[in-house]
Structures are given as C-alpha cells and as structure tokens.
Design a protein around this ligand. Structure first.
Ligand code: AMP
Length: 344
C-alpha cells in the first residue's frame, strides 16, 4: 500500500502510528470470508457507539445563528471538516454541517454571482433555504442514540449515504437533546480492524471480490476548472475525484473537503482556479493519497485502516494508471450488506 505525498512524485510508502482506545480483542473462529463478515456483524450488534469513542475527545458544535464564513474559519483553525448544529432558540439538535453544505453554498453563489453581498451574510440556519433554492434533496438529518448497537449506526449511515453520524442522547433532567459526539465510517472500520483479529482472514484480493468502483469513474486533469470537479462531486454523490495526467497516471485526488480551503473567509475567487492551482492551496500537512492494486487483499487494507487515517484508496495498475476507487463506504457496505440476505 502506498501513499503519495505531493502532486508530482509517485506514491511512496509511509506508516502512521495508530492511537486507539484499547478494547479486548474479539476472537472469532471463522473459515470463510462469509463467516467472517457474519462474525463482524455479530460483533457490531453487541457493541454500541459509546464503545468506539476514544477515552477523551473534543466536540465542536455550531450554533445555527453562526455566519457560514465564520464556520469555515473555525473548521480550518481546528482541523475538522464537519460539526453538529445546535438551534439555541429551541434547544434542539439541528443536523450535521458537512462539506456538502458548503458545496451547496458554492453552487448557489456560482448561479447567483451578483448575490455576493447576500451570500456573505448567510448563516448556518439559511442552509435549508439554499437547498430549496438549488432544488437539491435536503440532506437527511440522521442521528442515533449512543447506546444503540453500532450495527444500527452503520445501517443508518449506509441507507442515508452519510459518511458520519451524530450521536444524540436525551438529557434525563431536562428531556432535551444532548449531542455526545460524531461517529465516522473511519472510526467504525478502525474499531473493527483493531478489535476483530480475524480481519486477517479476509485474504481475497480486490480482483476476486466485488468491492469498490471500477467503471464510469469520474476523473479530471490538473487543467480542469475546479468548479467542474465540484459539479462532478455533486452529480455522482461522491467524495473524491482522481486527478490524472494525459496518460491516465494518477497524480492526485481532489477531495470534497478541499472545498473548505477554497472558500475560506467567504472569498469565492478561488473557484475560478484549475484543479492543479486549487490543490496548491492545500495545507502543508496534507497526508497524501493512498493507493493500492487489484492484487491487494482486504486484510492488508484493514491493516492500513488500523495504522492510518485513510478515507479511500485509489486502485492503480503497475504503471500507476487508474483502475478504480475503493472508499470506506464500499468496505462498510461489503462487510455489512454482502450475504446479509442469506442470514434471514
Ligand atoms: P464515497 O462517497 O467517496 O464513499 O463514494 C461513494 C461511492 O461512489 C462508492 O461506491 C465509491 O466507490 C464510488 N466512487 C467514489 N469516487 C468515485 C469516482 N471518482 N468515480 C466513480 N465512483 C466513485
């Protein structure tokens, strides 16, 4: 498994130390990958979202009265890409702010460039009006009680195509909402990788299993206008677009989270850049992209998840040309849904 650190150099190997809450290993004796997936599901059914939370963590919640441009700066300053929303008028949880919301704001501005003064004054509670103006399906406000089985949190995420789910409890005294944390696909897959020792048995290479996307891939070049790439993200409901050179060699990936830096401070001029120029705006700490080949096995991919904060792997051939995209949604779906029908 490799990862590329910059735009021009070929991917290279690197490992990141894993820090995680130590939970006893769940030991299951399994023979086939079907048995193993069944075992992972059984494991998720007896664990709750509380189990995946680290010993200590911070939670940043935004009041819906906050200006959109201010929310961008806070996300950047804190190195986060989403935040639960709180309506202080009604003291209720008001959904999860994600990069899709910022992409909606971008699209609104793009279609109404004369309305910059209005866009500048958008607050988080205007996000639903922006959805309506764009005619997009409102982003479903899914959430889950932290004591519900993790399995249910996963199913809810897959059904709503959410990549993260807020944990919302009810305060015993006030009977009001209490946002506990947010659980991501990455956190859950890492929890599985760390605790279900038998992920080692997922020895089949990607070539043999039906996981990931290998056809009709959305791709772009360094010269592609960044707005075209943002439109691809929306049109295909995906969170990344591989960037190729003229020979089809993968040189980078534009990620949905990259839009946050593009419009920071509420300045929309960078939307006129090409992808190559936009990628230069990335923070120096950008960890690089992860790649794998069709011959990599799912157990080695779980190993990477255990060690590093990976969100997707670009599948390449021996000449670094694009073959496919394997995201955490694909892996979660494979583990949770494949063969699930046979159980019932
Ligand atoms: P994601 O939201 O990135 O987890 O991806 C959602 C689904 O779209 C997964 O099945 C991915 O394999 C697929 N996908 C992700 N990126 C692309 C892309 N650039 N082109 C085509 N499909 C993709």
């Amino acid at each position: 498994m490799d990862r590329a650190r910059d735009r021009s150099s070929p991917p290279h190997t690197s490992a990141v130390n894993a820090t995680w809450n130590s939970t006893p290993k769940h030991s299951i004796v399994t023979s086939s990958s079907n048995d193993l997936r069944r075992a992972i599901r059984a494991f998720l059914k007896v664990r709750t979202s509380y189990d995946v939370l680290p010993v200590s963590f911070r939670l940043i919640i935004f009041d819906t009265a906050l200006l959109v441009k201010k929310s961008l700066n806070i996300l950047i300053q804190n190195g986060i890409v989403s935040a639960p929303l709180w309506d202080s008028k009604t003291s209720t949880f008001a959904g999860l702010l994600t990069t899709s919301d910022y992409i909606n704001v971008i699209q609104y501005y793009w279609h109404n460039p004369d309305a910059l003064a209005q866009v500048d004054q958008f607050r988080l509670n205007n996000l639903r009006d922006i959805e309506k103006a764009l005619g997009v399906t409102p982003i479903e406000t899914v959430s889950i009680h932290p004591e519900k089985p993790l399995y249910e949190a996963c199913r809810r995420m897959l059904e709503s195509r959410a990549r993260r789910i807020p944990l919302v409890d009810i305060d015993d005294e006030t009977q009001r909402h209490m946002v506990v944390s947010v659980v991501t696909q990455y956190r859950i897959l890492k929890f599985i990788a760390v605790n279900v020792k038998e992920t080692e048995n997922l020895r089949k290479p990607l070539k043999e299993i039906n996981v990931g996307s290998y056809e009709n891939l959305a791709t772009a070049h360094m010269e592609t206008p960044v707005m075209d790439v943002i439109n691809m993200l929306v049109k295909k409901s995906i969170s990344s677009v591989p960037i190729l050179d003229r020979d089809g060699v993968v040189i980078n990936v534009f990620e949905a989270v990259d839009v946050i830096t593009l419009i920071k401070g509420g300045v929309y001029d960078d939307l006129n850049l090409t992808v190559g120029e936009a990628l230069l705006k990335r923070n120096d700490e950008f960890p690089g992209i992860y790649t794998c080949s069709m011959y990599d096995r799912l157990d080695t991919i779980f190993d990477t998840i255990r060690k590093s904060r990976v969100h997707r792997l670009v599948v390449i051939d021996e000449t670094n040309r694009l073959k496919g995209v394997l995201t955490l949604s694909d892996i979660l779906e494979y583990v949770l849904l494949e063969g699930e029908g046979e159980e019932h």
